[in-house]
Design a protein around this ligand. Structure first.
Ligand SMILES: C[S@@+](CC[C@H](N)C(=O)[O-])C[C@H]1O[C@@H](n2cnc3c(N)ncnc32)[C@H](O)[C@@H]1O
Length: 201
């Protein structure tokens, strides 16, 4: 597979290319961010515009959102952003080396509120352990949700898998340089939002 591709659509059949050298994507930029489930791309776009010397990789499995964000990134001619189309757990497990990212951003993951659907949730112990593996030693997760039960449950999973809670509030942590589409909607609706920062320990 050609390593210089800008945007890479990966489906299950392509995962056999997991020897893909992801390091070439970052062009050796030192600080590396990963956003999981970037939706319409508002957050990754705004964040990467403000941190143009840092590298941003986004993962999204909705084709519609992925393509929309590719168009936005193209428009701004951003050199420090790459996007992957696919399922986050599979991509994280197969593609990324240990101790690679400085920050993982997870904003408003689908809550799957019904108990019988809980297993569809993105954040579970295996996923959290993978995030720990790909983060550098002082790496951090920025995690936000409007759904209290999922939020608290996820924080507890992160703690069990080797993260310490550094920030917990209904106001955004100061390092958050953008809001997301969902976040803006929830704010308009007057919903309470839960923000956290978890540090690899
Ligand atoms: C509720 S939306 C939030 C979107 C965006 N983060 C925001 O706050 O506006 C959740 C997003 O995560 C994506 N998503 C959910 N599970 C995923 C997975 N396992 N792998 C990749 N993307 C996922 C969905 O397609 C959707 O775009």
């Amino acid at each position: 597979m050609e390593l210089e591709e800008k945007y890479i659509a990966l489906d299950k059949s392509l995962l056999r290319y997991y020897s893909y050298n992801i390091e070439n994507l970052s062009k050796k930029m030192e600080i590396k961010h990963l956003e999981i489930g970037f939706g319409n791309g508002e957050y990754i776009l705004n964040f990467s515009l403000q941190k143009s010397d840092e590298f941003f990789l986004g993962i999204e499995y909705s084709k519609k959102y992925f393509e929309k964000t590719v168009r936005r990134i193209e428009k701004y001619k951003l050199k420090n952003v790459k996007l992957l189309h696919g399922e986050a757990f599979a991509l994280v497990s197969f593609l990324f080396p240990d101790n690679y990212f400085d920050f993982v951003h997870i904003n408003f993951p689908d809550p799957w509120p019904k108990k019988r659907h809980n297993e569809r949730r993105l954040i579970n112990i295996n996923f959290s352990l993978e995030l720990r593996r790909i983060l550098k030693d002082d790496g951090k997760i920025f995690f936000a949700s409007d759904f209290e039960e999922y939020f608290l449950n996820s924080v507890s999973i992160f703690k069990k898998s080797g993260f310490s809670l550094e920030y917990l509030s209904n106001s955004p942590n100061p390092e958050r340089l953008s809001k997301t589409k969902y976040e803006n909607e929830f704010i308009r609706e007057g919903k309470k939002i839960f923000y956290s920062v978890l540090k690899k320990s």
